[in-house]
Design a protein around this ligand. Sequence first.
Ligand code: GLC
Length: 479
Amino acid sequence: MKVLMLAAEAAPLVKVGGLGDVVGGISAELRALGHDVRIALPHYGFISAAGESQSVLSVRWGRAKVKSSCIETAIEGTPCLLIGGRPIAPGESVYAQTAAIDIRRFVFFALAALHHVQALGFQPDVVHVHDAHPGAAVHWLQQAASTEPFWRRTARVLTIHNMVYQYNEAAEALALGGLKPASDNRVPTWARAGLLALAIRAADRINAVSPTYAKEIVAQEHGAGLHALLLARAGRLSGILNGIDYQCWDAATDSALARNFTAETLPAREANKRALQQETVLPVGPAPLLGMVSRLDHQKGLDLLARALPAVLREGKAALVVLGSGDGNIQAALQQLAADFPERVLLNFRFDEGFARRIYGGADMMLVPSRYEPCGLVQMIALRYGAVPLVRATGGLRDTVTDCDVDPASGTGFVFDAFTPRALRAALRRALTRFEDRSFWRGMQRRGMALDFSWAAAGRRYQALYRKAIEDRSARGTD
Ligand code: GLC
């Protein structure tokens, strides 16, 4: 199949969060399955890629025609088109400080990318859009299907990584691109010019990044106002759990670690814990070491952690290391915790992949107390590195971690339900008690390490989803 991926991020070239990892990862897997995959990304100011060839064309943008460039490069072997043009150029970062700038840049990107692909003669069987950013492409394709023979047979797939970022006030940017908002009353009035809502409405198939999240978003709590629209499209909605790159994340070969290890050589892991304790100047010794690697975002529940942890730290000998960057208020809450427990809490507010790897390879547990979590990659990496995950029962966390008190024979971690300090504290106490039983703990680490969250399973599921989308497309004829 010929597949065009449209996204704001694709790792390793552009990565802010898990979205980038997933777009890069699934593209590589689909290519390995024999599909002809192209990724298109906005040509952000910070990408200095000198590509093999560059083409330029004009895109209608209001009354004017705006020049758009396209540089052909590659991301780890997958061909990648970097789409440029005046609305994309401003700012150095992937996401601007204001939604209005993002909306203009992403609407322009989505429409220009389709023009370039057509000019290059690459006729995709599937246009696969990730999240709201390139959502205008799905809306445009729905309209073009009746007028443009080139796009008549193209199926449209939307993957939802996060319902919260919707870009709802896009009427002006859509008008610049010659598009009208939806008039359909399944879409709430406030979302009729929303990039996510328009994509949900016009996609042949929609998937969320875990089976549980696919169920959660059709209800009010996690649907971010679009649950009724999603429910109306429930027949087209499914969940596909993300994967992680098993070569890139491998404790047996990871050069960031003091000692490499496998499930068979788990005692060797102790050297990594010691090294991490030394590096972070936390007390060296057998006391449990908790780790957290996270964007500092409201979603991630760090505020809950800051409220739940003091009592637990006062009672026992556990220590905590946190690596993350983002929101200043969250940083301040964590700084208070570190000020209260200077010898037990170490914070690092940077993006540092080597340090993240040393945390996965050395911490005894990884904490993921998210408010909501469409999939979550941290707990999957933690399982692979023998760090026992403690997670909240939401989205992909629920789909990937089995609580060892609920199911001692196949448990791989600790799961708590209510988003309250009390529930988190109870799970932490259970974990610290279980930690004393070394052989039980080893068993849990081994079971976690034996799970398979590589891209292989997700690759096959996406392939099947594309086939369904193509069937839907041909059954429907023109829109
Ligand atoms: C978003 C979600 C996260 C998911 C990632 C990749 O960042 O918040 O849960 O793992 O996308 O799909």
